[in-house]
Design a protein around this ligand. Structure first.
Ligand code: ASP
Ligand code: MG
Length: 414
């Protein structure tokens, strides 16, 4: 065996609620030291303590007043300090336990991004410094959610993006896996607060996890995309309880765990916009939706019906928060004539998700029958290869989710 063979490297991430006070930082530091003593190389990403990012945003808004938005450049440097606080404190806590450790800002960790302040994308990671620190036997604590752009300014990667930092570091270092420690202990078949018989999954594929990202562990979808591209296995587990978590990976599921439907994703706060009497000609859909794209509003389910009089009805969903802006954007656009436009909130998306659905018929029928038996009316339907989504009234969500969970036998998952 060559003497300079690298130790296996693991990347861990601890979320803001796991490092929200000194006591918790000390507990996590102990866990980190225990793991380091097993001889693996350890890189740990931390989020800002508790709600400190929100508090910094509130402070910024207080100093500018309601009519002026804070400068994005200054905002990014400000917000990056939240993770500097938690990472430096974590390094100190580890030192106090007798373990060598070093904290690095995003910049010091070699994370380079584009210049989109507030939602920067990682362009590259120069892992030279990280490797040097690891080789010196140190635990490396990296401030999450930040990097440096080409003009030398600090950027942040978007809310909740410490997950993305962790997965990107794991990819750059060729780590064995990325471990996301959080306040939930894994990915569940559906939201346990809505369906009491929800079960924790031992494993889930990247694609399925992307569809379910609105659930349970609230993982940042970008980090899952990144993990899928680089084939980084991601473990989601509890920061404090020593119970098995969920492994997100791209391999074949083990034989017993192969099943058609893996979970039920629930997304509340959906609104729909209905445009009636739209002239029926090429370019209409693009004409209606372009102003929304320009306003940064993402449109989800889109349904277009033909009607007899040469006009068509066009319905789409947006998040409830975007509903007013979407309505205004449609009203204001000049490209497409229509009779009237209305919006309605109080809707939710309930989806069955599973790669196994690709190869078998009948899942849609089972879903619709289960909803019918629970007396749930379906407003709109949309499908992807691995998902069937029904738009229902928000108040129908518990009935719908429980009926589907039973119909697809998700409560039987071991
Ligand atoms: N502290 C940042 C946020 O609250 C990043 C993160 O938590 O992942 O959005
Ligand atoms: Mg946070």
């Amino acid at each position: 065996m060559s003497t300079n063979q690298r130790r296996p490297v693991f990347v861990q991430k601890y979320g803001g609620s796991s490092v929200s006070d000194a006591e918790k930082i000390r507990r996590i530091a102990q866990k980190i030291c225990q793991r380091a003593r097993t001889g693996v190389g350890l890189v740990v990403t931390v989020s800002a303590m508790g709600d400190s990012t929100d508090e910094l945003i509130a402070l910024a808004n207080d100093v500018t007043g309601p009519d002026v938005a804070p400068s994005l450049r200054e905002m990014d440097t400000l917000l990056s300090t939240g993770e500097l606080v938690s990472s430096t404190l974590m390094a100190m806590a580890i030192h106090s336990l007798g373990q060598d450790a070093v904290s690095l800002s995003g910049q010091q960790a070699g994370i380079r991004t584009d210049a989109m302040h507030g939602s920067a994308r990682i362009a590259s990671i120069d892992s030279e410094r990280l490797s040097r620190e690891l080789d010196a036997g140190r635990v490396v604590i990296v401030a999450g959610f930040q990097g440096l752009d080409d003009s030398g300014d600090v950027t942040t990667l978007g809310r909740g993006a410490s997950d993305t930092t962790a997965v990107a570091l794991a990819a750059a270092l060729g780590a064995e896996r990325c471990e996301i420690y959080t306040d939930v202990d894994g990915i569940y078949t559906t939201d346990p607060r809505i369906v009491p018989s929800a079960r924790k999954l031992r494993e889930i594929g990247y694609e399925e996890m992307l569809e379910m990202a609105s659930l349970g562990a609230k993982m940042n979808p970008r980090s899952i995309e990144l993990a899928a591209v680089y084939g980084v296995p991601v473990l989601v587990a509890s920061a404090f309880d020593d119970v098995p978590g969920t492994l997100i990976h791209g391999g074949e599921p083990t034989m017993e765990l192969r099943r058609a439907v893996t979970g039920i994703a629930i997304d509340k706060n959906v609104a729909k916009i209905t445009v009636r009497g739209v002239e029926d000609r090429p370019g209409v859909a693009g004409g209606l939706l372009q102003p929304l794209a320009d306003a940064g509003i993402s449109v989800d389910v889109i349904v277009q019906n033909t009607s007899d009089d040469g006009t068509t009805d066009f319905t789409f969903t947006v998040s409830e928060a975007d509903s007013r802006r979407a309505l205004e954007a449609v009203r204001k656009q000049q490209a497409v004539k229509f009779r009237d436009v209305t919006s309605g909130g109080g809707l939710a998306k309930v989806s069955i998700v599973g790669t196994g659905m690709q190869n078998g018929p009948g899942y849609a029928a089972t879903m619709f029958n289960a909803l019918a038996s629970a007396n749930v009316n379906i407003d709109m339907i949309t499908t992807s290869e691995i998902r069937i989504t029904c738009i229902v009234k928000s108040e129908s969500v518990p009935a719908a989710a429980n009926a589907l969970h039973g119909a697809f036998e998700l409560d039987r998952i071991e």
